[in-house]
Design a protein around this ligand. Structure first.
Ligand code: UFG
Length: 323
């Protein structure tokens, strides 16, 4: 069985959907989520166990009562801004629950883990595109807690032979093609859902945070990757752990950068709606440009992304947000 922690969240629920689509039986998928930010309705199959992964008894029972052989670990708080204001919340949750999870994996002899990491581990990059070997100097507690867990995994491999693949995502975007599930954070802080909420009338406008960055049009550049492509990358990582059994760290991005203004323009094309824009001050802590070098992931995980264009990514998000 595969244990998916945080499987009711945005990327976790799309990964469960992709596991099901690729033929993994429901009886082989177990989802652990405390539903603090995830949604029960987003879990499209498998067995959902509601509980807190910091709770030793809960995790011990998960491993005792289910024949788990691998783990895909998403469960974490993920708001950069909140992590700066409340670092304890992030350390207490993201790091503690990962320690507890790894402890019980070691005790149960489960030796395969795919970890949801982030481009935020790099901080302000020196080189674009960013390589996995570039320095990791996070500029916020969120990125620092993810890097701390990567460190734990490295040493757990060394001491206990736990094999892991850490996937450093750039900007996850889009929704299931059917529009059945999608990105639903509360509060929403991410660009594409906010722009689409401005398109569907849920918001008055989109505020562009900063227009004086050293980028072609002055707005921040990001590398957007479809959530289903992220999801299938986790499955590919699990396959590599099974077939080759080697730990590793991989960037997950499309390798192409789009500015905030370009994203808004594509949203206008896709939705055919007028999207009012307000130019605003920079948001603290935003690097000017984040673009992945994805060569290592493409080659070693054998990835083929389904959503190469920003239009196709935004179209699926609009299938979810549009009305
Ligand atoms: N932006 C706006 N207006 C908004 C929201 C966002 O202009 O209302 C801009 C941001 O300033 C940024 C870009 O849109 O330049 C993308 O912002 P997001 O919040 O969508 O995404 P981030 O790049 O800040 O964050 C993403 C992930 C984080 C991860 C981070 C790594 O969501 O989990 O990349 O730096 F930590």
């Amino acid at each position: 069985m595969i244990l998916v922690t945080g499987g009711a969240g945005y990327i976790g629920s799309h990964t469960v959907a992709e596991l099901l689509r690729t033929g993994v039986p429901e009886s082989d998928i177990i989802i652990a989520d405390n539903l603090s930010t995830g949604h029960k309705e987003s879990v499209l199959g498998g067995k959902l166990c509601v509980g807190d992964l910091r709770d030793s008894e809960f995790v011990s029972k998960l491993f005792k009562e289910n024949d788990i052989d691998s783990v895909i670990h998403f469960a974490a708080f993920s708001q950069v801004g909140e992590s700066v204001v409340n670092p304890l919340k992030y350390y207490e949750n993201n790091v503690q629950l990962s320690i507890n999870l790894v402890r019980h994996m070691v005790d149960a002899g489960v030796k395969k883990l795919v970890f949801s990491s982030t481009a935020a581990v790099y901080g302000e990059p020196k080189n674009i595109p960013i390589n996995e070997t570039d320095p990791c100097i996070p500029t916020n507690p969120y990125g620092q807690t993810k890097l701390a867990v990567e460190g734990l995994l490295k040493w757990a491999d060394n001491a206990y032979g736990l094999k892991y693949i850490a996937l450093r995502y750039f900007n996850a975007a889009g929704a299931l093609e059917s529009g059945e599930i999608g990105e639903r954070h509360d509060p929403e802080t991410h660009l594409i859902p906010i722009v689409l909420q401005a398109a569907n009338g849920e918001r008055d406008c989109i505020k562009v945070f900063g227009t004086d960055y050293p980028t072609p049009d002055g707005t921040c550049v990001r590398d957007y990757i479809h959530v289903t492509d992220l999801a299938s990358s986790h499955i590919a990582a699990l396959k590599r752990l099974k077939d080759i059994g080697e730990s590793g760290i991989y960037n997950l991005g499309n390798g192409a950068g789009f500015s905030v203004k370009q994203v808004i323009d594509v949203c206008r094309q896709v939705t055919n709606r007028d999207i009012p824009v307000e130019l605003a001050e920079r948001r603290a802590g935003d690097p000017a440009t984040l673009v992945a070098s994805n060569q290592k992931a493409m080659a070693e995980l054998n990835l083929k992304f389904r959503y190469a264009s920003l239009e196709s990514i935004i179209q699926t998000a609009w299938n979810f947000h549009g009305n």
